[in-house]
Design a protein around this ligand. Structure first.
Ligand code: AMP
Ligand code: MG
Length: 308
C-alpha cells in the first residue's frame, strides 16, 4: 500500500502521512531539494527548523552527537511516541533542516504506517502537513483542504492525540520544554531525576533557540477567544466547553471533562467553524487544578497562540 509513496519520497517529492500526533509533510532528510519543497509547499519561513523523524534509535546517530545517558533513558521510555528531543547536531546535518542552529530535533513516531514509511524510505523531515499558520491536520481531508485534492496523502483516518509533540531541548542544561504536548515536564523529570523547565511566555531566549515558537500558529479565520465569565451568547459563535453548561444548541460543544477528546478534536473544530460560517470561537478557560493535566497545558498553549 505504501509503494507509491516510497517511490515519490525516493524521487525527492513530498508526501503527507499520519503520525499519532498530527499528519506530517514528509521529505527525504538527506535531499536538499526535497526539503526545499517542504518549505515551499507550506509557505514556511526558512528560519523555522524541521523535526527529523526516525524509525529506530540507531538512526539517531546519523544526526546527533553527545547522545547522553539521559537521552537514552528518555528514548527508551517515551519512543516511539509524542516526544521530540533536541540534540547537538552532527556537522553533516543540512542547514536547511536546522535553520543554521547547532542542534537538531528528532522524533520516532508511534503510528505503524509512519514507522513503515520511514523504515523503507529513510529518515524524513516532517513538519505538520498544513499551510503555515493554519491549524495542523488531524485528518487526511485537512491536508487536501490546504494542498489540493490530488496531493499525495497516506490516508489513515483521524490522528489519535490531535496536538503536536512535546519539544524538549536536552542539548544543554537545564533541559527546557519549548512546546508542551502529551508528555509532561513531570513525566520527563521522573525518568531522569532532573528539573525540566518550561517557559510558557515568548522569551527572547526561547525564540532564539527554537524559532518556531515566535510564529503565529493554529489559527482559523474565525476569531478565537477565551469565554468570558458572563458571556453574551451569539448564534455566530461556536462554544467549546469542558466544565460549564450554558445552554443547549448546535453551537455548544460539551467535553464534560474529557480533555483528551477536546485535544483530539480541537483543530477539526477550528476548521469546521470556518466551513460553517462561525465568526468567533469562544473557549472556556482552564482552572489551575485542570492545568496539572499535561494535555490541558498543551491545549492552553495552542489556544493562546490561536488567540495571538
Ligand atoms: P512543526 O513540525 O511545524 O510542528 O514544528 C516543529 C517545532 O520544533 C517548531 O516549533 C521548531 O521551532 C521546533 N524545532 C525544530 N528543530 C529545532 C531545533 N533544532 N531547536 C529548537 N527547536 C526546534
Ligand atoms: Mg506546525
Amino acid at each position: 500500500m505504501l509503494d507509491r509513496f516510497i517511490t515519490l519520497l525516493k524521487k525527492g517529492e513530498v508526501v503527507a502521512f499520519p503520525t499519532e500526533t498530527v499528519y506530517g509533510l514528509g521529505a527525504d532528510a538527506q535531499n536538499p531539494d526535497a526539503i526545499k519543497k517542504v518549505f515551499e509547499t507550506k509557505g514556511r519561513p526558512s528560519d523555522n527548523p524541521l523535526i527529523v523523524h526516525v524509525s529506530d534509535q540507531k538512526q539517531v546517530k546519523q544526526f546527533a552527537t553527545n547522545i547522553s545517558e539521559d537521552a537514552r533513558k528518555l528514548m527508551d521510555t517515551f519512543w516511539p511516541g509524542p516526544l521530540t528531543l533536541i540534540f547537538k547536531k552532527k556537522p553533516e546535518v543540512l542547514d536547511l533542516i536546522t535553520a543554521g542552529l547547532d542542534t537538531v530535533a528528532l522524533r520516532w513516531p508511534k503510528h505503524p504506517l509512519s514507522q513503515e514509511l520511514i523504515a523503507l524510505a529513510g529518515p524524513l523531515v516532517a513538519p505538520s502537513a498544513n499551510s503555515s499558520g493554519k491549524p495542523s491536520p488531524t485528518k487526511a481531508e485537512h491536508v487536501k483542504e490546504d494542498f489540493g485534492k490530488d496531493f499525495p496523502v497516506v490516508e489513515a483516518g483521524e490522528t489519535a492525540i490531535g496536538l503536536e509533540s512535546t519539544v524538549l531541548d536536552i542539548s544543554s542544561e537545564p533541559y527546557t520544554i519549548y512546546r508542551p504536548g502529551a508528555i509532561s515536564a513531570q513525566e520527563i523529570a521522573n525518568i531522569i531525576h532532573k528539573n525540566v523547565e518550561y517557559k510558557s511566555t515568548k522569551s527572547q531566549e526561547t525564540t532564539a533557540k527554537s524559532p518556531g515558537t515566535k510564529y503565529t500558529h493554529y489559527t482559523p479565520d474565525a476569531s478565537v477567544q477565551w469565554l468570558k465569565e458572563n458571556p453574551h451568547i451569539a448564534d455566530n459563535t461556536l462554544y467549546l466547553l469542558h466544565s460549564r453548561t450554558i445552554s443547549d444548541g448546535k453551537n455548544m460543544i460539551q467535553y464534560e471533562g474529557n480533555f483528551n477528546k477536546m485535544a483530539h478534536e480541537l483543530y477539526d473544530r477550528f476548521r469546521q467553524a470556518d466551513h460553517l460560517g462561525y465568526t468567533a470561537i469562544a473557549i472556556e478557560p482552564f482552572s489551575d487544578d485542570q492545568y496539572d493535566n499535561p494535555i490541558v497545558q498543551a491545549l492552553q498553549n495552542r489556544i493562546s497562540k490561536a488567540i495571538g
